[in-house]
Design a protein. Structure first.
Length: 267
């Protein structure tokens, strides 16, 4: 069995070490995504915020490992790694598939982190109760690539390269299986603030599907809508960074004062 340090090296990437940071933002990538997607965000938030990004099996330097195919398996592994992180305040941030993983990891770890988890930010993902019956993972390779093109998550030129497609399709298929086979199991709402970011032209998340996340927290909900599609994060980087700084400061203040988070809101 791998020791703690080896597991951390496999699962966690830190781009701008900030030992004196006020909070650690743990980032959960999207389907087909990797830790490096969050490199620009890390550069912009350091040194006040240290960004740690998860590297799932089956991609980049972990491409020789088989990708995991269920939320349960990923959350079990991620929780085991985060359990041994240094005792600093944490916020989880997940985009698309990563939003579901961040939410389920928060549900699993909120109690044992004992106040260290200050908040959860879910991006580009509909609420767990907003079910769509999809089967992208059952398509042929061309069908999976067509879906990726539609969401504009990967540079089109890369998807024209047969060698690149051959390399990434198995991981994409596994990740789509993760989200499409996910079944939400009802349970207590989180006792930490939950903020949701979405693009106003995202085909994956309607407004009502984003607002549905409000049911999953007892400690304050906020919905932020940005111009753009599923990958508005890249299109609206300045606005996203400003929102993250504001929300992380609000989470820290709530933790410091013990004050109740503001009620449901949107902007």
């Amino acid at each position: 069995m791998a020791d703690t340090q080896e597991l951390r090296q496999r699962w966690i990437r830190g781009f701008h070490p900030s030992p004196d940071s006020e909070v650690t933002l743990v980032c959960f990538p999207h389907a087909g995504g990797s830790a490096s997607y969050f490199l620009p965000l890390s550069a912009r938030l350091a040194p006040r915020v240290e960004v740690l990004a998860l590297q799932y099996p089956g991609r980049q330097d972990r491409r020789s490992e088989p990708a995991l195919t269920s939320v349960e398996a990923l959350v079990r592994e991620i929780s085991g790694v985060l359990r041994d992180e240094p005792e600093r305040p944490l916020v989880f941030f997940g985009h698309s598939m990563g939003g579901t993983l961040a939410f389920e990891t928060a549900r699993r770890m909120e109690r044992e982190l004992d106040g260290r988890l200050l908040g959860l930010i879910v991006s580009g993902r509909r609420a767990p109760g907003a079910v769509r019956h999809e089967s992208v993972h059952l398509r042929d390779d061309a069908g999976i690539i067509a879906e990726v093109r539609k969401l504009q998550g990967t540079a089109s030129a890369l998807l024209d390269d047969e060698d690149v497609v051959r390399m990434i399709v198995p991981t994409l298929r596994a990740d789509y299986a993760v989200v499409e086979n996910y079944v939400h199991r009802p349970g207590p709402a989180l006792n930490l603030p939950l903020h949701v970011y979405t693009g106003d032209a995202d085909p994956q998340v309607r407004g009502d599907e984003a607002r549905g996340w409000a049911e999953h927290t007892r400690a304050g909900f906020r919905l932020r809508t940005f111009p753009g599609g599923h990958f508005y994060l890249a299109e609206q980087q300045d606005q996203v960074i400003a929102a993250l700084r504001e929300d992380l400061a609000a989470f820290r203040e709530r933790s410091r004062t013990g004050a109740s988070a503001p009620g449901t809101g949107r902007d």
